[in-house]
Design a protein around this ligand. Structure first.
Ligand SMILES: Nc1nc2c(ncn2[C@@H]2O[C@H](COP(=O)(O)OP(=O)(O)OP(=O)(O)O)[C@@H](O)[C@H]2O)c(=O)[nH]1
Ligand SMILES: [Mg+2]
Length: 194
């Protein structure tokens, strides 16, 4: 739930990058961090294993200018994708304002994508957030791999609510800012409609 502080004139929003293990969630945040102007970003915090798998979360605070005199701050989080870290995933979703689902385009990861969306829906529901209502963007990552499933086929399986879809190669930065802009826009529109 976004937090509006009237005395300091700030809007704080929480965006969570969700998806199966190794789909590229941390890579999205690393690219955003690397390409963002120093005055617009805070310190990126990554709690990872020695093999670079996210252990708890990554966190990156961004300031994205003002709307109607309010400073907007977006707190970007990733969840750990590995199946057994479900308690952490659930905790990180608390108070979420927008979700980016990062799908792994590889054929062999389609079941993992489906399972992760199912898990997302369940964890949202436990926080009393309806999947159908939450601001949501689908990113099809790893489009560079030869085993990538055609976009139309992935959409048929994973695009569940007419959400914006972006193709990405996160390790090169392709599609990363397009995805971020779309989720920010959707969150702000949602805020405006309340
Ligand atoms: N070929 C290819 N590799 C990618 C792409 N995006 C990320 N990777 C690689 O995929 C691996 C996993 O990326 P991460 O960002 O750590 O994945 P994650 O989703 O954070 O994984 P967990 O933290 O375990 O949930 C890394 O080696 C990345 O460099 C992509 O678009 N194409
Ligand atoms: Mg990660």
């Amino acid at each position: 739930m976004s937090f509006i502080n009237y005395s300091s004139r700030e809007i704080n929003c929480k965006i969570v990058y969700y998806g199966p293990g190794l789909c590229g969630k941390t890579t999205n945040l690393q690219y955003i961090y690397a390409k963002t102007n120093p005055d617009a970003k805070g310190k990126m915090i990554s709690l990872a294993t020695e093999t670079e798998r996210t252990l708890f979360f990554d966190f990156l605070p961004l300031s994205l200018g003002e709307i109607r005199g309010f400073k907007t701050r977006f707190h970007l989080y990733t969840v750990p994708g590995q199946v057994f870290y479900d308690a952490s995933r659930k905790l990180i979703l608390k108070g979420v304002d927008g979700v980016v689902f990062v799908a792994d385009s590889q054929d062999a990861r389609m079941d993992a994508n489906l399972e992760s969306i199912r898990n997302l829906k369940e964890n949202l529901r436990e926080h009393g957030v309806a999947f159908d209502k939450v601001p949501y963007v689908l990113q099809l990552n790893k489009r560079d791999l030869p085993t990538a499933v055609p976009v139309s086929e992935i959409e048929k399986a994973l695009r569940l609510k007419n959400e914006p879809v972006f193709e990405a190669v996160a390790c090169r930065g392709t599609g990363v800012f397009e995805t971020l802009k779309a989720v920010v826009k959707t969150v702000l529109m949602d805020l405006n409609s309340r």
